[in-house]
Design a protein around this ligand. Structure first.
Ligand code: PHE
Length: 352
C-alpha cells in the first residue's frame, strides 16, 4: 500500500485488487466504498500525489503521468460498473423475463387473427357473387334484436339469463318507435337484417359479420363474446333452391370441395321454414365422416317483412347465420374457444 512514498509495485497490486472488487460489487454501496478508497481524502490517488513531493525532481513528471493514467482508468472502471449495476437493478425490477429495450423490432409483420381470416374469406367470396357488406351495432334495442325478428316476449332468448341487458337507466325514450326499449348486447347478427331492410329497398344481398354476445358460462366450447356472419338475400321469387346454392358456395369456400351438407328442419322465429345445416367432410380430424351442425338458416318470415315495411306478398328471401369461432375451430382442429381471446402469440403465430 502506498503510504508516504510511492511504491509502484504495490500500487499495481492495489489497482488489481480494486478491479476485482469492482467486478464483485453487486450494489451501489460497494462501488461507493471503492470510490472513497481510491479518490477520497485518504484515498490512494491523493496519497500517491502527495508522495510525488518526496521523489527526486526529475522522476516526478514520469511517475506523475503513471498516477494520472491510473486515476483515469479507475474513474472509468468505477463509472462503468455503476452503470452496469443500474441496469442490473432495473432488469431485476422487471421480473424474470426482462424487456431489452435496445433490441431492434421483430422482422415479422404480424398476422391476421384466425377469426379475422375466416371473416375475410367470407367477405371476399361473397363479394364475388354480388353481396355487399352491412354493419350493425353491438349495442342494440330489444326491438331490433327480438321484436322486429318476430321473437315473442316470452321467448327464452329474451331471458335475462341468456342476453346481456344494459342497466335500466340506459333505457331511451326517443321519438322513434324503435328506440323505446331496453338496450342490450346483440345476441346474434340477425339485427343487421332489420337495420338494412329499414334503410334499403329490395332487391338486396348482404352479409354482416360481427361480434355477438350471450350470457354463457365460459368454458372450452362457450364464450360470452363470439362472432357470427349473417347473410340475407331478398328479391322477387327467392326460393329454398337459392338458399341451397348459396350455402353450397359458402361451405365450399370455407371447407373446400370435399364436403357434403344437408338441411334439417328446425325453428327460428324469424324464418319459415327454418333449417339447421349439417355438414360432413373427410378432412376434419376427429370430426371427419360425421354430420356436424354448422349453421342456422331459413326463408325470411313474412312477419319480418311486415316489421320493416316490405311487401311480403311480392318479395321473398333467405337468411343464414354462421358462427365464425365454430368454423375456425373445425378447420384448424382447435378444441378450446378461449384460445381466440387470450392473445397468446404461441397460439396466434400458428395461423400465419
Ligand atoms: N340468428 C340465428 C342464431 O344466432 C341464426 C340464423 C340466422 C338462423 C339467420 C336463421 C336465419 O342462432
Amino acid at each position: 500500500m502506498v503510504q508516504d512514498g510511492i511504491d509502484l509495485a504495490s500500487l499495481d497490486k492495489f489497482i488489481d485488487d480494486v478491479k476485482q472488487e469492482l467486478i464483485d460489487a453487486r450494489h451501489h454501496s460497494a462501488v461507493d466504498r471503492l470510490r472513497t478508497k481510491v479518490f477520497g481524502n485518504q484515498g490512494v490517488i491523493r496519497l500517491a500525489m502527495k508522495g510525488l513531493a518526496s521523489l527526486p525532481l526529475d522522476e516526478r513528471p514520469s511517475v506523475g503521468r503513471v498516477i494520472n493514467d491510473i486515476k483515469n482508468e479507475l474513474e472509468r472502471l468505477i463509472a462503468d460498473r455503476s452503470e452496469e449495476i443500474d441496469s442490473l437493478e432495473f432488469t431485476k425490477k422487471l421480473g424474470p423475463e426482462p424487456i431489452e429495450f435496445s433490441i431492434g423490432g421483430y422482422d415479422s409483420p404480424g398476422t391476421l387473427h384466425p377469426i379475422t381470416q375466416i371473416q375475410r374469406k367470407i367477405e371476399e367470396a361473397f363479394g364475388r357473387i354480388g353481396f355487399t357488406e352491412a354493419r350493425g351495432t353491438e349495442i342494440e334495442t330489444e326491438w331490433f334484436c327480438f321484436d322486429a325478428l318476430n321473437t315473442p316476449k316470452n321467448h327464452p332468448a329474451r331471458d335475462e339469463m341468456d342476453t346481456f341487458f344494459l342497466p335500466e337507466d340506459t333505457v331511451v325514450s326517443s321519438a322513434s318507435k324503435y328506440l323505446t326499449e331496453r338496450y342490450l348486447l346483440r345476441s346474434h347478427t340477425s339485427t343487421v337484417q332489420i337495420r338494412t331492410m329499414l334503410k334499403e329497398k329490395p332487391p338486396l344481398k348482404i352479409i354482416a359479420p360481427g361480434r355477438t354476445f350471450r350470457r354463457d358460462t365460459v368454458d372450452a366450447t362457450h364464450s360470452a363474446n363470439f362472432h357470427q356472419c349473417e347473410g340475407l338475400y331478398v328479391a322477387e321469387g327467392v326460393t329454398v333452391c337459392d338458399l341451397k346454392a348459396v350455402l353450397n358456395f359458402l361451405l365450399h369456400t370455407l371447407f373446400g370441395d370435399d364436403i357434403k351438407f344437408r338441411l334439417r328442419p328446425s325453428f327460428f322465429p324469424f324464418t319459415e321454414p327454418s333449417f339447421e345445416v349439417d355438414m360432413m367432410s373427410k378432412n376434419l380430424g376427429t370430426l371427419s365422416n360425421q354430420w356436424i351442425e354448422i349453421l342456422g338458416c331459413g326463408m325470411v318470415d313474412p312477419e319480418v317483412f311486415n316489421a320493416v315495411g316490405y311487401d311480403s306478398t311480392k318479395f321473398s328471401g333467405f337468411a343464414f347465420g354462421v358462427g365464425l369461432e365454430r368454423v375456425a375451430m373445425l378447420l384448424q382442429g382447435i378444441d378450446d374457444v378461449r384460445m381466440f381471446y387470450q392473445n397468446d402469440l404461441r397460439f396466434l403465430n400458428q395461423f400465419s
